[in-house]
Design a binder for this molecule. Structure first.
Ligand code: 5GP
Length: 205
């Protein structure tokens, strides 16, 4: 992804930590940030839309896309396949756009290996009880799915040290501020600023 000056942000969290709401708020505040739409073999939830929340594909189509090299990373999460589009991402970052990936820890580890400059953020709920409440309260998954997701929380959380930043989603507004601060800091990195302000630096040197 050399050539462009776009930042790649990777956000992961256990289910129910509030990642989707936080990301939505961050995107409202930072409209320049482009959210990657993943591929998944999971069936759509009632309110989800094709091409907006996910590209919903059959397992067969998923494997075809994988064989074609269309995925930057892919992972099996809670019984379904998920993947990030490589061609879309490369296009965005090369054009200088900042991109956000909402993916699991396995995908984050793959992205880290491929793109070491990516900025990785892990979001934690303030407690196990709050996480359970959110999972049940959103009423989107059946009991077995919720139980499976709660089992996965321990595994997911164990990987938080592999991330650059950890945000506790205790006060929503403050967690959004934290996310925005990370985005702002990344944009100030010298390697990018020196490309953006090449003319100024040339004039001053
Ligand atoms: P959900 O089915 O609740 O939308 O997502 C389940 C999990 O899959 C979440 O942890 C979400 O971050 C993760 N996920 C969503 N898209 C991708 C992706 O493209 N790659 C990977 N590795 N994980 C993803």
């Amino acid at each position: 992804m050399s050539g462009g000056t776009g930042n790649l942000f990777v956000i992961a969290a256990p289910s129910g930590a509030g990642k989707t709401s936080l990301t939505r708020s961050l995107l409202e505040r930072e409209p320049e940030l482009k959210l990657s739409v993943s591929y998944t073999t999971r069936p759509p939830r009632p309110a989800e839309r094709e091409g907006v929340d996910y590209h919903f594909v059959t397992p067969q189509r998923f494997m075809e896309l994988k064989a074609d090299g269309e995925f930057l990373e892919h992972a099996h999460v809670h019984g379904n396949w998920y993947a990030t589009s490589s061609s879309w991402l490369k296009g965005q970052v090369t054009a200088g756009h900042d991109v956000l990936l909402e993916i699991d820890w396995q995908g984050a580890a793959q992205v880290r290996r491929l793109l070491p400059d990516s900025v990785h953020v892990f979001i934690l709920p303030p407690s196990l009880e709050s996480l359970e409440r959110r999972l049940v309260g959103r009423g989107q998954d059946d009991e077995a799915t919720i139980a499976r997701r709660l089992d996965a929380v321990r595994e997911e959380t164990r990987h938080c040290r592999e991330f650059d930043y950890v945000i506790i989603n205790q006060q929503f507004a403050s967690a959004v501020d934290d996310l925005a601060a990370i985005v702002r800091t990344a944009r100030l990195r010298a390697v990018q600023q020196c490309v953006r302000y090449k003319a100024l630096i040339a004039q001053l040197t």
